[in-house]
Design a binder for this molecule. Structure first.
Ligand code: TMP
Ligand code: MG
Length: 301
């Protein structure tokens, strides 16, 4: 095992791949994909990443960090009664989301129920658009360590970053705007709020994106992937098995490297993650590994 690690180190010089948080089922395969992608050049690369618990932290100092929904749920824009109901939904459905003993088919309608119920509750709260920036500012939202380098490097090399989130687009954009990393190479697919003339939330726009329909979401956005058709090499980052289909709209794909953050219920889920993600990062709250890979792919090493 150690010998293999050293070989990775020598052959493709990404020292971060030797971090103790890194697990791979097939290191040789990862090396081959990385080598092909590096040879093809960074002008053929696009990055597709989930947001909650992928670009943001799962925990900090032992406390859970908020998702986009949680940022809003915990804010003073929501009544105590509504907070209770949203917490109850989270406590009911989050364990189902991460339950490996249930199939996606079984979970899918339950996830639709969660999102639908949560969005109905939020719409009842008469949330004002002009207060969202304050809500995010006052929240505990936290991007993963190394985010400046991640966003900055992609921007510097004009590599498109698609943030594909079943969270709330308006909140997510505010988080990256306030962090100073909403660069022009960033695009977002997510659930966006629809406001009435007086700026009060009245509904959510378009088709709902939940944790298990990202494939459908991708296929609705053919225009985006059409524009990126000269970039057939994809770096995909997610934390849920539902994130694996985010790249299903990519045209003429040549190589894809999938990085999965395994944050919770590690023992139960490790095998499933190893079987579907090329690189699994176990309880890793940083973007060190994606950054190391990006530096390699852009020839900065
Ligand atoms: P993501 O696609 O950006 O990871 O966003 C989905 C996450 O949002 C998923 O892990 C569940 C979470 N979520 C909440 O925290 N509260 C909610 O009310 C809903 C509907 C989802
Ligand atoms: Mg996520």
């Amino acid at each position: 095992f150690t010998v293999l690690r050293q070989r990775v180190h020598v052959r493709i010089s990404i020292p971060e791949l030797s971090n103790t948080t890194v697990f791979m089922k097939d290191r040789e395969r990862v090396q081959n994909i990385l080598q092909s992608m590096m040879k093809a050049g960074s002008n053929t690369l696009q990055v597709i990443s989930d947001f909650d618990m992928t670009l943001t932290r799962f925990a900090h100092n032992g406390n859970r960090c908020p998702t986009c929904h949680n940022i809003l749920d915990n804010s003073k824009l929501i009544s105590d009664e509504c907070k209770e109901k949203l917490t109850e939904l989270f406590n009911t459905y989050y364990p189902i989301e991460i339950d490996v003993s249930r199939s996606v088919e079984e979970k899918l309608p339950l996830m639709v129920d969660w999102w639908t119920k949560a969005h109905e509750l939020l719409v009842q709260q008469k949330i004002r658009k002009d207060l969202l920036a304050m809500v995010v500012r006052e929240s505990n939202a936290m991007l993963r360590e190394g985010y400046q380098l991640f966003f900055g490097h992609l921007h510097e090399h004009s590599i498109p970053l698609l943030i594909f989130s079943a969270g709330i687009g308006d909140i997510l954009e505010e988080v990256i705007r306030q962090a100073g990393v909403f660069h022009p190479n960033v695009n977002v697919f997510s659930n966006y709020m629809d406001f009435d003339e007086s700026g009060v939330l009245k509904a959510f726009k378009g088709e709902l994106i939940h944790i298990y329909n990202k494939r459908e979401g991708a296929l609705l956005n053919t225009g985006h992937f059409q524009e990126l058709r000269t970039r057939p090499n994809v770096l995909l980052m997610g934390d849920s098995l539902g994130d694996l289909t985010m790249a299903d709209g990519v045209q003429d794909m040549e190589n894809i490297l999938k990085i999965g953050f395994l944050n919770d219920k590690v023992e139960e889920r490790k095998q499933a993650y190893l079987d579907s993600y090329d690189i699994v990062l176990v309880k890793d709250e940083t973007l060190e590994v994606p950054n190391g890979i990006l530096l390699y792919l852009t020839g900065n090493k």
